[in-house]
Design a binder for this molecule. Structure first.
Ligand SMILES: [Zn+2]
Ligand SMILES: [Zn+2]
Length: 255
């Protein structure tokens, strides 16, 4: 699969995963850290959920696109579930947090940005890829994304506590090579991980085991909290899981 995934941004504070230059999963950091040309190349943004670390840079990202070229020729499309899109409308593009560009588009007759509701389990075809949202288990409606082409596939699974549906779906995916799976807290903060529905190295290991043939997959640990980063890395390393690495921001990953 000619896809690459790269975390955008110097640390894992904010989530954005670039796929083949034109698609981004989450807008936590792309509008803050990616080069302008890199931002302008992205026309499709798939949001996992409405938490700030996954949407924080969306206003800046949209700003980067407005006024470039002819407005209505190639608008950005932001995809998410009904809950997520409605949160973007109510909490972000509401004229208080940021101008309501959906209203502005309607009033001006310009096609600057589109919000597209997607259904869980129903693939979206874009740029030769098939992208499918699968519900995971977080404190707000959240989806993981499975990204496939004719040859291979990867899954981006963040944010979530222990979950099942995504792993069942992974068993049906041909050519799955790589899973980016969150591991937000160290084991000593299991209570906090449970309360906020995230994973620790112990629950990461248990969820990894639900994947098809996990020892043959590359697992990239993502969403490590910065103030416990070294502790989580040490605990993950102590598990000695084949194919496990901590995803590095700014690197390309061939999947
Ligand atoms: Zn979250
Ligand atoms: Zn998060």
């Amino acid at each position: 699969m000619p896809s690459t995934i790269g975390g955008v941004g110097p640390a894992q504070l904010l989530s954005s995963y670039l796929i083949n230059q034109h698609i981004c999963i989450d807008a936590g950091s792309i509008g803050f850290h990616a080069e302008l040309s890199q931002q302008l190349a992205v026309k499709h943004v798939f949001i996992t959920h409405s938490h700030s670390d996954h949407v924080a840079s969306l206003p800046a990202f949209l700003d980067a696109h407005f006024g470039v070229g002819i407005d209505s020729e190639d608008p950005v499309t932001v995809y998410g579930t009904e809950t997520t899109i409605s949160s973007l409308r109510m909490d972000m593009l509401n004229d208080r947090h940021w101008p309501d560009f959906i209203r502005i588009c309607a009033e001006s007759g310009r096609d600057l940005v589109r919000l597209q509701v997607i259904e869980e389990g129903v693939p979206v075809q874009i740029e030769g890829l098939m992208i499918t949202a699968i519900a995971v288990d977080h404190i707000v409606d959240t989806v993981a994304y499975i990204i496939e082409d004719d040859i291979s596939a990867c899954a981006i699974v963040t944010d979530t506590g222990p979950t099942d549906e995504i792993w069942k779906r992974c068993h049906q995916v041909k050519g799955l090579t790589t899973v980016a799976l969150e591991c937000a807290f160290p084991d000593r903060l299991q209570w906090l991980a449970d309360a906020s529905k995230h994973l620790t190295p112990t629950t990461f290991k248990a969820d990894r085991a639900k994947a098809p043939d996990p020892d043959q997959l590359r697992f990239l640990a993502v969403h490590l909290k910065l103030n416990q980063y070294d502790e989580i890395v040490e605990e993950l390393a102590a598990l000695s899981l084949p194919g496990l690495e901590v995803m590095k921001s700014g690197l390309d990953y061939q999947v």
